[in-house]
Write a protein that binds this ligand. Structure first.
Ligand code: 5GP
Length: 214
């Protein structure tokens, strides 16, 4: 039987570098990982492409996707819908690939509820000052938008303990290796657990059957 892939949620404060970490994982291990492309009702930004960053849909279409149960999870962020299309993710997981979902915390926790075996990772910056510098440096948001995102980070911080692990993106290389290690460890543990449990179940059945025969 084909071994299933792992669902990996990567969340983190806006501007922390989640996108770069995910791109690194995909380019270093293209065989191992697939990236889920979300649907969103937010307008397309300059430089974005349909089907590359997101599938851009209007609110009506998004609500239809919800009612037709075509999303694995969804959330409202800054007044816009965001959600993970179900078909692609399940197809890749069933083909044995690890699928990365780069999503915010409400969605991450929905994935945890539906797929207890998923891995939830949260990326934080080394300091608030550094986060501010990164957000200013990428030049895609106004100062008031940056401050709004940083205020949101204060609320998000309370959810981080519900994730499996938190990693600090200080040095990118160290952070990518740490994330990869966490994924590898989770897979190893799951493989060990599944193998041992299936052997134990078989043994238990044999012993209890022998007892039944007496
Ligand atoms: P942005 O508008 O800056 O691209 O994304 C805003 C937030 O939405 C980010 O935290 C991003 O990770 C999150 N996000 C992107 N796609 C999804 C999704 O499918 N589901 C959820 N719950 N959040 C998402």
């Amino acid at each position: 039987m084909q071994k299933k892939g792992l669902l990996i949620v990567i969340s983190g404060f806006s501007g922390v570098g989640k996108g770069t970490i995910v791109r690194e994982l995909l380019s270093r291990y293209p065989e191992n990982f697939a990236l889920s492309i979300s649907a969103t009702s937010r307008p397309m930004r300059e430089g974005e492409e349909e089907g590359r960053e997101y599938f851009f849909v209007n609110r009506e279409k998004f609500e239809r996707m919800i009612s037709e149960d075509r999303l694995l999870e969804h959330a409202v962020y800054n007044g816009n819908y965001y959600g993970t299309p179900k078909d692609y993710v399940l197809q890749e997981v069933n083909a044995g690939r690890n699928v990365i979902l780069e999503i915010e915390v409400q969605g991450g926790l929905q994935i945890r509820d539906k797929f207890p075996d998923s891995l939830l990772l949260y990326v934080v910056p080394p300091s608030a000052k550094e986060l501010y510098a990164r957000l200013v440096g990428r030049g895609t948001e106004s100062v008031s938008e940056i401050l709004r995102r940083m205020r949101r980070a204060v609320d998000e911080a309370d959810f981080v303990p519900r994730y499996d692990a938190m990693t600090v993106n200080d040095d990118l290389e160290t952070c990518v290796r740490e994330v990869y290690e966490l994924i590898r460890k989770k897979q190893e543990e799951a493989a060990f657990r599944d193998e041992l449990l299936s052997r134990l179940k078989e043994e238990l059945l044999i012993i209890t059957k022998e007892d039944d025969n007496q």
